[in-house]
Design a protein around this ligand. Structure first.
Ligand SMILES: C[S@@+](CC[C@H](N)C(=O)[O-])C[C@H]1O[C@@H](n2cnc3c(N)ncnc32)[C@H](O)[C@@H]1O
Length: 274
């Protein structure tokens, strides 16, 4: 990927999250899953902690209180809007051991072997190059340090799963959640990244979406699409696109029950040890 493409991808991400920044703290789901990631393996007192894709700092504030006054927390994010919300909360707080930094999670400028814990909640699906990024994060951890992050099975979100099936059948890559899409893939990726032990906890969940919404779920180029650039449909010729859409709609129709369509939003809570 050249620099212009990377900038365009980052603009896609920051436009989306700048726009969501004012409401992000209203999402109970994000808050609960972020705090659960920390509960799985909390930091110790005095730890040095990096929160990647910190957003409005949910994890950063929580781990700062756990690490205590001798701990140090750095939250990084690409979205100025998110960091602005995080900094407003910081200014209103008593914490003096947190800092928020505008940075790309895939190109971090920290020294190696400095963090006891790295957390990344609900942001890994935005990473373009999972292997090189995880190698870099592995380098940033001290020996014995632990990375905790969320990933989602490739079977989650019915519209992504079904679109992936039809596009890959026609030879067009559809990468979101691919690298960490199963327990086996996640374990292999983390082993290749240098981690020597991996603990993956699966939390199964989902709900029924109304049939009408499912019938209207076909993607287009203007949809938010993290983890791949250009957008996966950009280079698909119109006649193939038409076939994919027909196959997609037929697959969706077969999955609809009287309750609607099952939308799996299961999560992997992944802890990787250096
Ligand atoms: C869904 S939000 C999650 C925020 C927070 N971790 C939480 O759980 O509340 C995803 C965040 O990841 C950030 N992000 C996405 N790609 C990034 C990248 N390459 N570098 C840094 N931050 C990134 C977005 O700007 C956004 O704030």
């Amino acid at each position: 990927m050249n620099i212009e493409e990377l900038q365009a991808y980052h603009k896609h991400i920051t436009d989306t999250y700048d726009q969501r920044s004012g409401n992000h703290d209203n999402s109970q789901w994000h808050r609960e899953t972020a705090l659960k990631l920390i509960d799985g393996i909390p930091p110790g007192s005095g730890n040095s902690i990096l929160d990647i894709g910190t957003g409005t700092g949910t994890i950063a504030f929580h781990v700062a209180s756990l690490a205590g006054p001798d701990g140090k927390v750095t939250g990084v994010d690409l979205s100025r809007g998110m960091l602005c919300e995080a900094n407003k909360k910081l200014a209103d707080s008593e914490f003096n051991n947190i800092e928020f930094v505008l940075a790309d999670a895939e190109q971090l400028a920290f020294a190696n072997n400095v963090f006891d814990r790295i957390y990344c909640a609900s942001a890994f699906f935005c990473i373009l190059d999972p292997l090189s990024t995880l190698r870099q994060w592995h380098g940033l951890l001290k020996p014995g340090g632990i990375l905790g992050f969320h990933a989602q099975p490739e079977t989650s979100y019915y519209w992504i799963r079904e679109a992936r099936k039809v596009f890959t059948r026609h030879g067009y890559p559809y990468l979101i959640n691919n690298a960490t899409g199963s327990i086996e893939k996640s374990e292999q990726l983390l082993a290749e990244s240098g981690f020597n032990k991996v603990d993956i906890r699966v939390e199964e969940s989902g709900y029924y979406m109304p049939a009408e919404q499912a019938r209207d779920s076909w993607i287009d180029e203007s949809d938010f699409f993290p983890g791949q650039y250009p957008h996966p449909v950009t280079n698909v010729p119109p006649e193939i696109m038409m076939q994919c859409k027909q196959q997609y709609e037929s697959n969706i129709e077969k999955l609809i029950t009287e309750k609607g369509i099952w939308n799996d939003i299961s999560m992997y809570y992944i802890y990787a040890y250096k």
